[in-house]
Ligand binder design. Structure first.
Ligand SMILES: C[S@@+](CC[C@H](N)C(=O)[O-])C[C@H]1O[C@@H](n2cnc3c(N)ncnc32)[C@H](O)[C@@H]1O
Length: 203
């Protein structure tokens, strides 16, 4: 793979300009490093790789969990997801407020991605084409990972989710969680280098 210096300069920088709000992101990392999982927002290269793997029928929603300051959300919009078909869930109120200000027309929900049945309105449930996870699941105990998998299944049955991660191998024990796993993407143009995985319910 050829890596150009210009790409290293731009592609690996946090995506999204005004959206990224690196200062807010860093402040939240200082406050709760485990919940954030990263010091800075994802790079443009990584956001692009997530967005290009979205599958969605015209009437379906995209559900982004752990949207942070909105860099992946911005890439999804740039890839043609209509704002009214994008649902972003973020647990930190300051960040949800930021998301509302930089993502006009997007459905921003301040709430817990591990309790999606209660977090998102019923009218969106069962109408989700792709769920995307930005939450650092790898650091959680198995029971919490299972809770997350079940939460996604409860609102997007059979769809599974995309997960981006800094791990080289699968960040989830997918067989034990009843999932299949496929690594779709890898990019060195992120800090740290990152992969995009797709998990689906097995069988
Ligand atoms: C690694 S950051 C990813 C942010 C952004 N998607 C990006 O790529 O730059 C993880 C985000 O997940 C949020 N988060 C953590 N636990 C969550 C939960 N249970 N429900 C919703 N959001 C959560 C954090 O507040 C943080 O904004």
């Amino acid at each position: 793979m050829e890596i150009r210096m210009a790409d290293l300069a731009t592609g690996s920088a946090p995506a999204g300009g005004k959206v990224a709000n690196t200062a807010l992101f860093f402040r939240r990392w200082l406050a709760n490093p485990l919940q954030m999982g990263s010091i800075i927002p994802s790079s443009r290269a990584l956001c692009e790789r997530v967005a290009r793997n979205v599958e969605r029928a015209p009437d379906e929603y995209v559900l982004e969990l752990g949207a942070g300051t909105g860099v992946v959300s911005k890439a999804l919009l740039d890839h043609g997801v209509p704002p009214e078909k994008l649902i972003v869930v973020e647990i930190v109120p300051d960040m949800a407020e930021h998301l509302r200000s930089v993502l006009p027309g997007v459905n921003v929900v301040c709430g817990d991605a591990f309790a999606l049945k209660d977090t998102i309105p019923q009218e969106w449930q069962g109408r989700i084409g792709t769920a995307i996870c930005g939450i650092p699941l790898v650091m959680l105990p198995f029971e919490q990972q299972k809770r997350f998998v079940d939460a996604v299944e409860s609102v997007a049955p059979g769809k599974g989710f995309l997960l981006f991660t800094y791990c080289i191998t699968s960040p989830l024990p997918y067989r034990k969680l009843g999932l299949t796993a496929k690594r779709l993407e890898w990019t060195p143009l992120n800090f740290p280098p990152a992969s995009v995985w797709r998990y689906r319910p097995a069988g």
